[in-house]
Design a protein around this ligand. Structure first.
Ligand code: GAL
Length: 675
């Protein structure tokens, strides 16, 4: 057994799918703990996360640790057979550390040093912070690394949630070292950053600073490198804790909780360091399409480790407390949201948090046990769902089926997020990816995010909504995919720049030119409020934001611009590429338009898109060996009639087949009858 597999086997100690939440016992008098553990047990809780923000309680003075209270908490939990996702406690440095070393406090791009008084008040590059964090981690590992209740290390908490970029002098030094490692000498850096433009030439490393607020648009490559550096700086911190834990407790798996599709950190890199992916998901109950974006986020979580099951570590039982308007989840929606994550490969449904706080910034955040205690709706729904979840235990370890991939690339994301030096600030990477994903989702597909370099095998269709930055490795991977029979679809403003954000010689789509068979002459972004039309056969498609003047060189034109200055010019092209096809979409098509383009491509690839798109009813299948389970989820507000596979609904025990009616917020989990 390889070390990761053996560490992951520790999670088998959790009976069935993991259920529970963040637990903050240090916010409560000790006599509450026994009641907590008893009620947790009653609610079906088998895993809790703690002590996430308890550093000052664990180390009240430098180097003096007090674990007595945590010992007692773990004993109380263990007495009720509840397992622990043990936080290293390093997410927020204590006041004594900040006052002794105020330089730990992070600094914004405007030069403002952020004060103590909230959480995560540290500069990721600070060696002082790191030294103290590692000392606590080490002490935690010694004390609890072999405690029977502990099944998982939870390193820090949501890296980058409040502070993901620091512009202080220490960060500047770290940035310079990172640049020296990347470029080796100043001549290479000057060349990469194009410093001949606007007199930016550097003659000494010490002249280089983070992209703090400047007089005008900042060098885009300097900014891009700072994005990469900042993600790497946080990763370095994460890795330091992970390495220490691996040394001290090689038998325990390690994770850090992610924040879904989060711009600031390249999660492909983070996932490679940990044993299991965990995520915190907060779809807004007020947003009627939040579940489609959640499907994309959950897809990413399973994709980050090649389909390995992940854990939903946090969600809200009802309302959160950090939006302007915090709308609660109506009855049944917590259950549906939990099943949604499980459908997409999570082996857990966990919450923030167990007991509702009485004080602090999150006192209005919902909890499993609300302020009314067992009388609260959240408790009753959580308790009922805890019992129901036991019926899904057999799903643990199964994987999700997907034949469609969407390329998620942080470099492209960061490159496209330079609002003051692009043809349009309106071409939003995340919006593009979500729109393309939603088109596929509503056609009935479960979509896996994939790395720009692949692997793509197993996918009949791969879409890349935007690859603004592209290099030869990505080009070769995409070309190889099409060559082997894949259907590749590339979105607007792709293949524009190289990894140094220099426009490819000859213009876009750069190295993709022969694969796509097109050449871009000029960008034609649309002013705000304007819409354009594209003619695809007899159909007219709408678009906003973006259009391009392109020439089809070796590609067939399948759609042309229908109005405006580009009328009659190619808008969408396709060409045979090896055994597959490569399609280019040059306009900022809306979701309905994308369905018209992507539906036939999927059908051509042997997939079966819905004839009638559905935003509300989703089917996702998990499998293990010869077993398959299909989740049928109605996210909508009206009953939905839909076909289900022949089998047994695990939630009710009923035998099902053919069309069934699923109530609003209703769900089935059908174990397929083996044929
Ligand atoms: C997460 C965080 C938790 C809690 C929660 C509230 O971002 O990890 O500690 O603050 O949000 O929604």
């Amino acid at each position: 057994m390889n070390p990761t597999t053996s560490r992951l086997s520790r999670l088998e100690a959790i009976d069935g799918l993991a259920y529970g939440g963040d637990y903050n016992p240090d916010q409560w008098p000790e006599d509450v703990w026994a009641e907590d553990a008893r009620l947790m047990r009653e609610a079906g809780v088998n895993l809790v996360s703690l002590p996430v923000f308890s550093w000052p309680r664990l180390e009240p003075e430098p180097g003096r640790f007090d674990f007595s209270w945590l010992d007692r908490v773990l004993d109380v939990l263990w007495s009720q057979d509840i397992r622990v996702d043990l936080a290293t406690g390093t997410a927020t440095p204590p006041a004594w550390l900040i006052r002794a070393h105020p330089e730990i406090l992070p600094v914004t791009a405007d030069g403002v040093r952020l004060e103590f008084g909230s959480r995560q008040a540290y500069c990721p590059s600070s060696p002082v912070f790191r030294e103290h964090a590692l000392r606590l981690t080490e002490a935690m590992a010694r004390r609890y690394g072999h405690h029977d209740a502990v099944v998982l290390w939870h390193v820090s908490n949501e890296y980058g949630d409040h502070v993901s970029r620091c512009y202080c002098a220490v960060s500047a030094g770290h940035f310079r070292r990172w640049l020296q490692h990347r470029y080796e000498n100043l001549a290479t850096l000057n060349d990469a950053w194009g410093t001949t433009c606007w007199g930016q030439h550097y003659t000494d490393w010490e002249q280089i600073e983070p992209p703090r607020r400047a007089t005008g648009p900042i060098n885009p490559t300097q900014r891009l490198d700072f994005e990469r550096f900042s993600s790497d700086a946080m990763l370095e911190l994460f890795r330091a804790e992970v390495e220490l834990l691996r040394e001290r407790t090689p038998q325990l798996p390690v994770t850090t909780n992610f924040m879904s599709l989060f711009r600031e950190l390249n999660y492909w890199d983070f996932a490679a360091v940990e044993d299991i992916v965990t995520d915190d998901a907060y779809p807004d109950p007020a947003d009627p399409v939040a579940h489609t974006d959640a499907a994309l986020n959950y897809g990413l979580m399973r994709a980050l480790k090649n389909g390995q099951p992940w854990l939903l570590l946090e969600q809200a039982p009802s309302a959160v407390s950090w939006r302007d308007v915090n709308v609660p989840k109506p009855p049944g929606r917590m259950r549906l949201g939990s099943l949604h994550a499980i459908a997409h490969g999570s082996d857990a449904a966990m919450f923030f948090q167990w007991r509702a706080a009485r004080f602090g910034p999150e006192k209005f955040h919902s909890a499993m046990l609300g302020h009314r205690g067992v009388a609260s709706r959240s408790y009753q729904e959580c308790r009922d769902f805890g019992a129901e979840l036991r019926r899904l235990a057999e799903l643990k370890g199964s994987r999700v089926e997907s034949r469609v991939g969407v390329v998620v690339d942080w470099d492209a994301w960061w490159g496209l997020d330079a609002p003051d030096s692009l043809p349009s600030a309106r071409l939003d990477w995340l919006h593009l990816v979500r729109t393309w994903h939603r088109a596929l989702y509503t056609l009935g597909f479960t979509v896996d995010p994939v790395r720009a370099t692949g692997p793509f095998d197993g996918y009949d269709v791969v879409v890349a909504p935007n690859l603004y930055l592209i290099d030869d490795a990505v080009t070769a991977a995409l070309a190889g995919y099409a060559d082997q029979g894949g259907r590749l679809v590339v979105g607007p403003f792709s293949g524009v720049s190289d990894r140094e954000d220099k426009i490819h010689p000859g213009g876009a789509p750069g190295p993709l030119r022969s694969l796509l068979g097109v050449s871009v002459d000029e960008w034609w972004p649309l002013p705000d409020g304007h819409e354009g039309r594209v003619k695809l056969g007899a159909t007219t498609l709408g678009f906003t934001t973006w259009a391009e003047w392109i020439d089809a060189e070796s590609a067939d034109v399948i759609a042309t611009y229908d109005d405006g200055p580009l009328a009659g010019r190619p808008a969408i092209t396709t060409r045979r590429a090896g055994a597959g096809t490569a399609t280019y979409v040059s306009a900022g098509l809306d979701e309905a338009a994308l369905r018209q383009v992507l539906g036939p491509i999927c059908r051509d690839a042997g997939l079966t898109p819905h004839d009638t798109p559905s935003l509300d009813v989703e089917q996702v299948t998990r499998y293990r060996d010869g077993d398959r389970w299909t989740f049928i989820l109605n996210h909508g507000t009206v009953p939905a009639r839909t076909d289900v596979p022949n089998g047994t609904d695990l939630l009710t025990g009923d035998t099902v087949s053919g069309p069934v009616t699923v109530a609003p917020a209703g769900a089935l989990v059908v174990r397929h009858t083996r044929s």
